[in-house]
Design a protein around this ligand. Sequence first.
Ligand code: 6R9
Length: 648
Amino acid sequence: MTEQVIYPVQPGQKTKLNNAQYQAMYAESLRDPEGFWQQQAQRIEWKKPFSKVKDVSFAKEDLHIRWFEDGELNVTESCLDRHLDKHGDDVAIIWEPDDESQVARRITYRELSKEVNQLANGLRDLGVKKGDVVTIYMPMVPEASMAMLACARIGAIHSVVFGGFSPEALAGRIEDGNCHYVITANEGVRAGKIVPLKENVDAAINLCKSDQVKKVVVLNHTGNACTMEVGRDEDYRQLVDKQDSECQAEVMNAEDPLFILYTSGSTGKPKGVLHTCGGYLVYASMTHEYIFDYERGDVYWCAADVGWITGHSYIVYGPFANGATVVMYEGVPTHPDCGRVARIVDKHQINILYIAPTAIRALMSDGDEPVEGASLESLRLLGTVGEPINPEAWRWYYRTFGRSQCPIVDTWWQTETGAALITPLPGATDLKPGSATRPFFGIEPALVDEKGNELSGATSGNLIIKDSWPGQMRTVFGDHQRFIDTYFSTFEGTYFTGDGAKRDEDGYFWITGRVDDVLNVSGHRMGTAEIESALVAHEAVSEAAVVGFPHDVKGQGIYVYVTLNHDVQASPAIRNDLINWVRKEIGPIASPDIIQWAPGLPKTRSGKIMRRILRKIATDEYDQLGDISTLADPSVVESLIQEHQALT
Ligand code: 6R9
């Protein structure tokens, strides 16, 4: 283990549960899941109560996952309507603009509800119906959350695409979702730079089938003009302002889809992870309340983008279900300098801060000074998500932002899991830097070896989850077989996470990272296969192999081995060209950090690229290459090592 120092629960710390209560409640959640979730599900509003709690089988031949299946609800009634009577004037969203000199916006639950209802009516006017997929490609503005809730209000399935994705990536998602409607903005602003969202949407639509996209709703966020196609494009403001402020909520079955969200796997194209209404909301809201020890009135900031699952569950659904005040920040944590996050905390008197390790490392790179100017006294709880946090970054976050007083909740979870599964609970869990600690209620993690044998005690292995929880994904949109193959076939009868983990003597889990071909770059998930297929689509490239390597700020960097076509000469120009090509095909987050020219790649005799060897070369671990005698041509390894040493 890297570190075992314990940061015990501090005496007198405000908390919902102590350790003994957590233990008892956890034991109960496994002993009687039906009773436990029957009770927990009452935290949200049901239009029609459910009579059955759980109907699940993880068996490959009979896979099904159903929670609260005959219940009916509309998630927006839990997130909006029920707060209006007593808490309508509470602030739902505090929006902090990219440009520090601009005024922040404060939106109450009443205002949020009105605009969501109006937009929902507007979408209905445009022809959007229950079950239709609506793509949301927005900057970090309140209207992004409103668009998600407006879809939910009318039973449309939203598919949020991160605003940093390229037109090509956007088009792929629009087509895969068979989506006819897009909600976007003219432009976004990040770190002072304009992101041409509408232009990207136009380019994406051109890549799609001609009758794919029927309507585009465009928010004018920056005041600059953009091209509007008559008959297809609608101005967001005009559409919303003319609508009635009440929109009847569509009655949804608990297992009706709420949203799809594309995420990368180890093979093939990104898959549309599908979440449903009832179980997802119960689980998102419960985890938000317990993990962040949320109390009404707390100001809470989750610094993720709504384009990722963290934004869905912890900027929108979890917090709004709990009537929380959510800070939403348009920009980049280090803009215009490393003191920005601390200044935002002071400005809005934030109590709970939830941010990715990569952002912490970026802030840390400037030392303590930018943070020292701030008071940070409003903070009482810190959180991290997205990748393993290195103990050094953990301690820096604890000491500076936390003033050595705030617990850090290191929440491990995935797009597929809907919300956090392994996490400390503040006040209940002693902390160890770098460990996500213990399972949340109802979660039964286990470690298995390559053959699927369960391992006991302090050990390491593949991380699986033995039984279902309400927030679990239900299928891959349009490809149920892929759902079964990806998650339930490796270790039969269990959900396979794709992560490796260690468990220590105290039963604490330490996530060690992906055991498959998925990279985690600055907390963004990317499949090596996706980047490889973008590269080989370039006319100069014959073959490409992508691996991750440790990167100080990003966690993992992207290392690319490229074999050029015979008639192409390696040069700095072609290197740049390939980097730009990947940015265009996928987006800037997929930019290769290192490109190494490879006259040949290490392959088995059956032609499979041995990424294991390429990973070792990228990380200078030449003595751990393992058996290379089975390679079709073992001599390529030596030349790759030489080339790598020359490069780095
Ligand atoms: C929520 C989110 C999921 C993958 C996951 C794992 C890594 C997330 C982590 C963590 C260590 C944590 N991951 N949280 N690793 N400690 N606290 O990030 O979802 O984008 O789907 O990524 O991220 O490898 O499998 P997603």
